[in-house]
Ligand binder design. Structure first.
Ligand code: AMP
Ligand code: ZN
Ligand code: FE
Ligand code: FE
Length: 287
C-alpha cells in the first residue's frame, strides 16, 4: 500500500495555533479539529515549525493524521502573498534562514508599530508581549489583541480595519521574500507549495508571476477558503483543472482570533494523497 493510503478524511489543511497568531496551543487546535469531525489536519503557523511536535503528539493520540506545514510570508509589490508549505524538511538550511529572517523582521516591525501607536494611545510593548506566547511568530493580530485588552477597539476585526490597516500611519511593512523565492524555498526543502486564499479581495496574482511560481515548483491553489471571491475563483478553478494542479480547501482556523471554524472547507482524499506523494522533505504523522 502506498504511504498515503493510511489517512482518512475529512481533511482540513490550514490551521493556526498560538505558535503564531492563533489563540490556542497546538493540542487544543487538534482537539477542536477532532471535535469538528476532521481526521486529517495540517498545522500551518506563520513562518515557524515550532508547533509541529506538540501537534503531532495531540493529533495522533486523537487518531488523526497530521501533515506538518507552514504558512510562509511573501510579498508581491504592495500585497502580501501567503504560501502554504506542506511536508518540507524542517531542518533545511534555506528554509531556516528565510524564516529566521522573516520572524526577526516581524519582531522589529511589531515594536516599531507599538511605538507609533503608543505616541497617540495608551499602549506599550509589554501589552503586546502579554498577548503573545513565548517564542511565537509575532504579527498584527497580537497588536490587535493588546488594543482590545486596553479597550481601544472591540475586536481584531476593528483593529485591522483601522489602526492596523496598511493605509494607517501606524503601519510598518515586514520583510518578506517574493512569491517565487518563497515557492522555491519550500520546493527546495522537499515540500509542497500551495498559494493560500489565492482569490481574496486583492484579486488574482498576475499570470506571468503565476507561471514563474509554477516553474519554481508551485503545486496548486487553496480554492476552498472563505476569503476567495468570484469571478477570480472561477478563473483559478479553470487554470487548476487545465494544468492538473492540486486544489485544496481549508478553514484557516485561528481559535478565537477569527470566525473561521475547523472543517468549514475541506480537501478531498485524492488531493491529500497527491500532496503526500509529491513531498520528499518529511512524512505525514500517522496515528
Ligand atoms: P501580519 O502578517 O502581521 O501583517 O498580519 C496578518 C495576519 O492577520 C493574517 O495572517 C491574518 O490571519 C490576520 N488577519 C488579517 N485580517 C484580519 C482580521 N480582519 N481579523 C483577524 N485577523 C486578521
Ligand atoms: Zn494568521
Ligand atoms: Fe493567510
Ligand atoms: Fe492562515
Amino acid at each position: 500500500m502506498a504511504a498515503h493510503g493510511r489517512f482518512d478524511g475529512p481533511s482540513d489543511l490550514h490551521l493556526h495555533s498560538d505558535h503564531s497568531d492563533g489563540t490556542e496551543p497546538p493540542a487544543e487546535v487538534m482537539a477542536a479539529a477532532h471535535s469538528a469531525g476532521l481526521r486529517t489536519v495540517a498545522l500551518t503557523d506563520h513562518d515557524t515549525t515550532s508547533g509541529w511536535a506538540e501537534a503531532a503528539e495531540a493529533a495522533t493520540s486523537l487518531g488523526m493524521t497530521l501533515l506538518p506545514g507552514m504558512e510562509l510570508s511573501a510579498r508581491h509589490q504592495w500585497r502580501s502573498v501567503h504560501v502554504l508549505g506542506y511536508l518540507f524538511d524542517p531542518d533545511d538550511e534555506g528554509m531556516r534562514a528565510l524564516t529566521d529572517r522573516i520572524r526577526s523582521s516581524r519582531l522589529t516591525r511589531a515594536r516599531e508599530m507599538a511605538d507609533r501607536i503608543g505616541r497617540d494611545l495608551d499602549l506599550t510593548w509589554d501589552d503586546i508581549v502579554a498577548q503573545t506566547s513565548e517564542g511565537a511568530t509575532v504579527g498584527r493580530p497580537h497588536l490587535a489583541d493588546a488594543l482590545v485588552a486596553k479597550g481601544h477597539v472591540r475586536d481584531r476585526g476593528e483593529a485591522f480595519a483601522g489602526i492596523l490597516h496598511p493605509a494607517s500611519d501606524y503601519y510598518v511593512a515586514l520583510y518578506a521574500p517574493g512569491p517565487v523565492t518563497a515557492v522555491a524555498a519550500i520546493a527546495d526543502a522537499g515540500g509542497v507549495p500551495i498559494i493560500a486564499h489565492p482569490a481574496g479581495r486583492a484579486g488574482l496574482l498576475p499570470e506571468p508571476l503565476v507561471e514563474r511560481m509554477l516553474e519554481a515548483g508551485l503545486a496548486g491553489f487553496e480554492l476552498g477558503h472563505r476569503e476567495n471571491e468570484e469571478p477570480a475563483l472561477s478563473r483559478l478553478r479553470d487554470l487548476t483543472a487545465r494544468r492538473d494542479l492540486i486544489a485544496t480547501g481549508s478553514s484557516d482556523y485561528h481559535g478565537l482570533g477569527k470566525p473561521n471554524r475547523p472543517g468549514e472547507h475541506t480537501t478531498s482524499d485524492e488531493m491529500v494523497a497527491r500532496i503526500i506523494d509529491r513531498a520528499t522533505g518529511s512524512a505525514p504523522v500517522f496515528p
